[in-house]
Structures are given as C-alpha cells and as structure tokens.
Ligand binder design. Structure first.
Ligand code: SF4
Ligand code: SF4
Length: 434
C-alpha cells in the first residue's frame, strides 16, 4: 500500500473519461485574451500598446515587485485592445487582446533547443530564466516559481507533486506518461537551484503507468530521484499532506513547507522550468483536461493561454444534453464559472462540465454529531463546530481554533450525511476573523 496521511478519503474519480486520451495540440485560436494577472501577487504592467505586432513568446506584461509573474503572447498577430475581460478566478481583469495573423511566428530564439550545461549556471542565473519565462505553480495556486525556489532558509528535500488527487483531472498523469524525460530535466534544474540531494516524486498508486514511466526514465538517465507510490486518497496532493505522507514531517499551523526543510513543486511546473531553461520557452501554453460525462469527447489538450473555454468545449465535440455548471479545475477545489467566455490561464488544469443531476442541491439538515467530518479532516480541525460558529454568527468562539489552516479542500462537505454546507460557513468565519 502507498504512503499516506491521517484523514481524507477515497473519492470517486471519473478519471477514466480522459486518462487514456493522449495529449493533442489544439489549433491556434484566431483571438486570445491574456489577463495581466494569472498568478498570486501584483498584477503586471502592460508592455505593449494597441495596434502593436507581437510574436509567440513576446513579453506583453511585466511582473511588478517581489511577488509577481510576467505574461507573454501566446499567438502572433496584432494587439487590438487592452481592456477589462472575464477572468476565471478574479471575475474581471485587465487583459491584452491579440488577433492572430495566422503565421504562428515565434519570437527569435524561443523554442530553440539549447545544449546547456546547467552546471555552469549560477542559482541566480537560473532563477532569472525562470522569472523571465513567467513560470508559476501549475497545480492551481499559481505562486511565482522564482520566489518559491528562493526560500529564506536552506531546505533538505525537493518533493515533486504528481499526486493529481482531484477527481476527473488527468493532465498531470498524461505529462508524466508522455513527457517523463522533460519533467526529469526540469527536476534536475530545480535540484541544482535548491542545492538539495534528496528528491522524491510522489504519485498516487492508481497511476501505475506513470510511476513506471518515471522510474524507467530515471534508471535510463542514471538519476538519483525516488518515485514513491502514494495511497489514492483525497487530498493527497495538498502540500502539507504530501510532506506528511512522504517524510512524516508536519508543517505547523501558520508555517510553510520550507519551515520543515521542504520545497514542493507540481510536475507541470518542473516541466515548464525545463522548457524555459533548455528550450528558451516562456509559459504561453499548457495542458488542460477538458472533461465531464456530458462532454462528447473528453480530452487532454495542449492549449495556448488566452483561448476561451468555449473553444475548448467545441473542439471536444460540444455537450450532450444540458450543462448546469462549468468549473475551472476539479470538482473539489475548482472554481465555478458564470460563462464559457473566459480565457485559459496558467492555473487552468481542467475544465469540467456538470449536468443538472450532478449538481442537484440538497436541503441542509441539522448536524447529527456523527463525527465523520472530524475523522476525515486532513488538517485535524473540528469542521462541524467551526461551521456552527460561522452559521450562527458566534465568530469569536472560533478564535484560537486555527480556522485559517482550513485549506478549503471540501472533504468534510463530501462526507457529511446531513449535507451541511460546512465549507460555506467556514469561509464566512475566515473572512470575518481576518
Ligand atoms: S475543508 Fe477545511 S475543515 Fe473541511 S476537511 Fe478540508 S481542511 Fe478540514
Ligand atoms: S459530518 Fe456533518 S452531521 Fe456529521 S458531525 Fe460533521 S457536520 Fe455534523
């Protein structure tokens, strides 16, 4: 049995809808809307003007301050507008609209294979390449990678997160299978930057093909990385749970992984790091799982950032029946969308379409004190009590219960037989206490 953490549970995956679908490249869209904020931190300043011509990889937004990340053109053509546009996380955000010239012309040097010996590069030089390429965490958090790779104290372990525990999603599985060598090249870069010896790649044990592909490639390249099978359990891919499962170390409340000597990066992020260093490629495209029982042909698509969700859905053959909900990401931690006229951003791991019967609401019942939410909470919190305080307005009573440590994984909501809207009440509590 694979390694794991306390709490959490098995959630029906529905990964079979897309997991055997090879990554295919979507045709270049005729127009993209590239938001100037696709990351945690300060929004970028536009570096282009309306009517300006750009190529694939042209930097169009400059990151500002310490925590920020630049953005690049994903198609070649003309900037037609810089305007507010729908955003899948922020609602609305300033975006650069580019109309394609149909040429798909790359910025000189972008995408050209470089026979770089990274041993000759300093940590600062590698971090600068990553910063210039606009790389952020592709697992969802979108935290700027150059900041994460420069922790304030030395770390001992690098953990690569290949758990992909959210139901329905399979983009990480596909890249581990199809791009294992490129992922490992990125891991070597990150290992050198952090100056760590110990590298663990954690993959849930329902992804045996990915585990095998990575182990074979590691043996072939004579690398000293370990691939560890993890129990398939939600939320195995959360950083703190991954660290507990792999190293039996606990990140204390309010602390970060580097406080226990660890940096965790998603597999997609290290792939992007490898491409930035060895292909001089900024982050202008990513793999997205487009899925759902009501989608005609679920797929894993390599997509240019800024392409609208509606175009991906159409490319997958459209919808059978009626779509009630569109979610960016997975069903547990994803974000519901008001429209399909939103662009793919760096953090778009998936687009999930749900029918009415899959989203049917249930009447909230009184808590029956069954304790299941307590057993399942991976952060060892008291979800029933916190939700009660949030619902009844007894906010101060929750002071000292570390409510901000709730990572909003939704596992307690999933298990609750009374269909309590626990997370809704906890979110309210968190906002009030903040
Ligand atoms: S949503 Fe929060 S309270 Fe509920 S299980 Fe996850 S961490 Fe625990
Ligand atoms: S799982 Fe639901 S019913 Fe059971 S204790 Fe928690 S909130 Fe109450």
């Amino acid at each position: 049995m694979g390694e794991t953490f306390a709490g959490g549970n098995h959630i029906t995956g529905y990964k079979e809808l897309s997991k055997d679908k090879q990554i295919i490249e979507m045709p270049i869209p005729s127009r993209v809307a590239i938001p100037l904020s696709q990351h945690t931190g300060i929004i970028c300043e536009p570096m282009v003007k309306e009517s300006q011509l750009v190529r694939v990889g042209t930097k169009i937004g400059q990151g500002q301050g310490l925590i920020s990340s630049s953005v690049h053109a994903s198609i070649s053509g003309k900037v037609t507008k810089i305007t507010d546009y729908n955003h899948p996380v922020l609602g609305v955000c300033k975006a650069v609209i580019i109309d394609s010239d149909g040429q798909d012309e790359l910025e000189p040097g972008v995408g050209v294979a470089l026979a770089r010996n990274i041993k000759l590069f300093s940590k600062e030089q590698l971090l600068e390449i990553i910063k210039n390429a606009g790389i952020v965490g592709l697992g969802g958090a979108a935290f700027p990678t150059q900041v994460k790779l420069n922790p304030p104290k030395p770390v001992e372990f690098l953990i690569i997160n290949g758990a992909e525990c959210e139901p329905y999603l399979s983009c990480d599985f596909r890249i581990m299978l199809e791009r294992s060598q490129d992922i490992l090249k990125g891991v070597s870069v990150v290992q050198q930057i952090l100056n760590v010896r110990k590298v663990l790649i954690g993959v849930e044990d329902d992804k045996q093909e990915a585990i095998k592909a990575l182990r074979n490639k590691i043996a072939e390249l004579k690398l000293d990385f370990a691939v560890v099978g993890l129990k398939t359990k939600y939320p195995q891919g959360a950083e703190k749970q991954l660290i507990k499962a792999l190293l039996d170390r606990e990140v204390p409340p309010g602390k970060l992984p580097f406080d226990v000597g660890v940096v965790v990066l998603n597999v997609g992020t290290v792939l992007a790091v490898g491409e930035a260093v060895f292909l001089n490629k900024p982050l202008y495209e990513r793999v997205v799982t487009v899925t759902g029982k009501i989608l005609k042909n679920p797929a894993n698509l390599k997509v240019r950032l800024g392409t609208r969700f509606s175009e991906l859905i159409n490319f997958c053959g459209g919808i059978k029946g009626q779509c009630e909900k569109i979610i960016m990401g997975g069903p547990m931690m994803g974000i519901a969308q008001c429209t399909d006229d939103v662009p793919v951003i760096k953090g778009t791991s998936g687009i999930l379409l749900l029918s009415k019967s899959q989203t049917a609401g249930f009447a909230e019942q009184p808590c029956i004190r069954c304790g299941r939410c307590v057993d399942i909470c991976p952060m060892r919190m008291l979800p029933y009590l916190l939700s009660q305080y949030g619902q009844t307005g007894h906010y101060q009573k929750a002071d000292g219960l570390n409510v901000k440590d709730c990572m909003e994984c939704g596992a307690c909501v999933y298990i609750c037989p009374a269909k309590r809207r626990i997370l809704e009440h906890i979110r309210l509590l968190k906002t009030v206490l903040k």
